[in-house]
Design a protein around this ligand. Structure first.
Ligand code: CA
Length: 222
């Protein structure tokens, strides 16, 4: 389990990092909105602990962006603002829980564990759809405008990854980790080959390509 901690108070951040490390979670601590955006674009996380008052912005803006881009994992908001309105706003924006500062570290660990447990048993969407392309995850069937398309298991997994992250730019490292379990040589152009095959199978004549290349960054659904 990999947890992203977004907290600009060094002492609090290290305290959380140490407590989660003791529970055998892998953690990454960042102290700004910009670093949090980069961290999430770089690598998948199972949950986020998010402070609201950050030096370059508001944690609520990050939360709003992440949920809009399809990030579904639990987010536990930490805040010195104990106002009821903040709590309601946070939950409306898609926070899974809200812990006012100061908090006890035992409570933070317990709440996070409960969120992760709930997440792993929650029913997931069984169909994903974008611009006429539809994946039925149970039947393992892909269709374009209702017409069935033959995909190999890897092509299916790659398309599923894109559809689960509809607005996000997926970099090659993340794609390799998710689809090839990182036992993958990034020097090869295997990802390009697979993306090209998906385009051939999914693109409609005259329409914008279904998957666009973002130069120097990766790929994104168009
Ligand atoms: Ca803060």
């Amino acid at each position: 389990m990999k947890i992203l901690i977004v907290e600009d108070e060094a002492r609090v951040g290290r305290f959380i990092e140490r407590a989660l490390g003791e529970q055998a979670y892998t953690t990454r601590l960042v102290t700004t909105c910009a670093a949090a955006r980069d961290a999430l674009a770089d690598s998948p996380y199972d949950a986020i602990v998010l402070d609201l008052g950050l030096p370059d912005g508001d944690g609520f803006d990050l939360l709003r962006e992440w949920r809009a881009s399809g990030f579904n994992e639990p987010v536990l908001v930490l805040s010195a603002r104990d106002a009821v309105n903040d709590r309601i706003l946070g939950l409306n924006l898609g926070a899974d829980d809200y812990l006012p500062k100061p908090f006890s570290i035992e409570e933070l660990v317990a709440r996070l564990r409960s969120l992760l447990r709930r997440q792993s048993t929650a029913p997931r969407a069984t169909t994903l759809e974008h611009r006429g392309v539809r994946l039925d995850l149970l039947a393992r069937v892909a269709t374009v405008e209702g017409r069935a398309v033959d995909l190999t298991a890897r092509e299916f997994a790659l398309l599923e990854l894109f559809l689960q992250n509809p607005r996000r730019v997926l970099n090659r490292t993340l794609i390799a980790e998710k689809i090839w379990d990182a036992s993958y040589d990034l020097e090869t152009n295997l990802i390009e080959v697979y993306v090209r095959r998906l385009r051939q199978k999914l693109d409609q004549p005259g329409a914008e390509p279904f998957i666009r290349t973002v130069r120097g960054a990766g790929y994104q659904l168009a």
